[in-house]
Write a protein that binds this ligand. Structure first.
Ligand SMILES: *[C@@H]1O[C@H](CO)[C@@H](O)[C@H](O)[C@H]1NC(C)=O
Ligand SMILES: *[C@@H]1O[C@H](CO)[C@@H](O)[C@H](O)[C@H]1NC(C)=O
Ligand SMILES: *[C@@H]1O[C@H](CO)[C@@H](O)[C@H](O)[C@H]1NC(C)=O
Length: 149
């Protein structure tokens, strides 16, 4: 799993009906296109800085004090079906996504831990959820990937 895919998996969260592990190239491309469409749409509607978005992709660290970034996350979570209109994070949907990349035990462990985190606003809810998932979900590193090739 290279850094880009890692980023896509962790930060963007796969749509619940996509299964890149089994999909053919066309389906993956369609999934990526939708992802990019949702990303662009949320960047546009929230006015978040592109630099901020790009930086999170490199560092995998989320900006703590950027309200626009949190708005962006809420927008993205909502579009992907990971947050409902009340601002509640829909962990069952996130779990389905995570389970595509790890086993059920691990998916349950991650979700049960992240479920405990909660913000005071819908934007904070998305932010703390994303931060928690990012911290707990560690797909194979590039090093590990290399040793398997
Ligand atoms: C960005 O948003 C504006 C206003 O909401 C819209 O007119 C424009 O088409 C959008 N651009 C993109 C690239 O989505
Ligand atoms: C959002 O989810 C929460 C928790 O599941 C639920 O109580 C609430 O009614 C939902 N809101 C909407 C608008 O679906
Ligand atoms: C599930 O995945 C975790 C994390 O990769 C691993 O430590 C664990 O051994 C796996 N459990 C089973 C039953 O495969």
């Amino acid at each position: 799993m290279n850094a880009t895919i890692l980023f896509l998996v962790v930060l963007y969260l796969f749509s619940t009906n996509a299964d890149p592990g089994k999909s053919n190239t066309i389906e993956v491309r369609e999934w990526e296109n939708n992802l990019i469409k949702d990303e662009l749409s949320c960047i546009n509607s929230t006015g978040v800085s592109l630099n901020v978005i790009e930086r999170t992709k490199v560092t995998l660290e989320l900006p703590e004090d950027d309200p626009k970034y949190k708005e962006y996350l809420k927008c993205f979570y909502t579009k992907r079906g990971y947050q409902n209109d009340s601002g509640e994070v829909l962990y069952d949907n996130i779990k389905i996504m995570i389970h595509q990349f790890t086993n059920a035990t691990e998916a349950t462990r991650i979700i049960d831990l992240c479920k405990e985190t909660k913000g005071t606003t819908p934007e904070e809810n998305a932010f703390v959820a994303q931060k928690c998932l990012l911290n707990l979900f560690h797909p194979k590193t590039e090093e590990e990937e290399k040793t398997q090739e």
